[in-house]
Design a protein around this ligand. Structure first.
Ligand code: NDP
Length: 275
């Protein structure tokens, strides 16, 4: 199977465009899932302190024969730790068994608590110490992004947001791109719910390309220039979700997806979450 396409972040670091998400997977489950994923060619893993599975991620990485610099590991600063980022990162690194992470993301802005600018300053300092290669955010709206950039002059490399055919976040995608902030899609398969795989358009394309509906949706993210991290703990699906390098959707097909965008959120609204 081919390698994932690689994108360049604005700080010059490289990141695989397709990785494995591990939210809602136990320590035991992630060991098996990551071992399978590395075997079929994934090199990027997206975890978070709040997923309570960093130890399992660490165990899987330790068992792998791959060199550290072949891997791209993302973890996240949880909301309750925004005032203590250094301690939180230390705990994550210990659980992961790593000296550094490739990408560290602030998990939510939690605007009601108003700590996110200070948290961002702390993340910048830890990057300067070499404990993380790249820093970014999740679930930031334009106002939140503008504020951290105004106050620190440092742009996140990534904004990881809920993004799938039902919630395409066009305005935020364009704003991110204008500022060279890479958009990364979470819940990219709409959690395999909401009838996503039964959508007529997705079905028609699956038949045309002899692919599964999940592969069509993943290709839609890739062909839109998004970083994408579908989650699965099922070996056959982990393999299926990575087998997307032998076709592309054309411009007209990509345009048709606009008709599926109904602004439907599956997760919380970042403006209110954590208040
Ligand atoms: P996804 O959209 O990736 O969907 C995951 C679900 O789809 C699981 O139930 C999985 O089942 C199922 N699935 C996966 N592949 C297939 C397939 N080929 N066919 C049928 N079903 C399939 O949802 P997530 O919410 O997990 O999002 C992905 C990742 O994004 C997370 O794991 C996490 O890393 C990140 N994330 C980040 C957030 C943030 O705030 N920054 C918030 C939410 C997610 P099974 O595992 O049983 O195979």
């Amino acid at each position: 199977m081919a390698n994932a396409d690689i994108i360049k972040l604005h700080d010059g670091n490289l990141m695989p465009q397709l990785g494995l998400g591990v939210w809602q997977a136990s320590n035991e489950q992630v060991v098996g899932a990551i071992t399978k994923a590395l075997e079929v060619g994934y090199r990027s893993i997206d975890t978070a302190a709040a997923y309570h599975n960093e130890e399992g991620v660490g165990r899987a990485l330790k068992q792998s024969a791959l060199p550290r610099d072949a891997l791209f590991i993302t973890t996240k600063l949880w909301n309750d730790d925004q005032q203590h980022p250094a301690d939180a990162l230390q705990r994550s690194l210990e659980k992961l068994g790593l000296d550094y992470v490739d990408l560290w993301l602030m998990h939510w802005p939690v605007p009601a608590k108003a700590h996110y600018v200070d948290a961002w300053k702390g993340m910048i300092a830890l990057q300067q110490q070499g404990l993380v290669k790249s820093i970014g955010v999740c679930n930031f709206n334009i106002d939140h992004l503008q504020k951290i950039m105004d106050e620190t002059g440092v742009r996140p490399v990534i904004n990881q947001i809920e993004l799938h055919p039902y919630l395409q976040q066009r305005q935020l995608q364009v704003w991110n791109a204008t500022h060279q902030i890479q958009t990364e899609s979470w819940s990219p398969l709409a959690r395999a719910g909401e009838g996503i795989f039964e959508q007529k358009l997705i079905h028609r394309l699956a038949e045309k390309y002899r692919k599964t509906p999940a592969q069509i949706v993943i290709r839609w993210h890739l062909d839109n220039g998004l970083v994408v991290i579908p989650k699965s703990v099922t070996p056959a699906r982990i393999e299926e979700n990575f087998n997307v390098w032998d076709f592309r959707l054309d411009k007209e097909e990509l345009a048709l997806f606009a008709g599926l965008d109904c602004g439907k959120r599956l997760g919380p609204d970042p403006e209110r979450f954590g208040a």
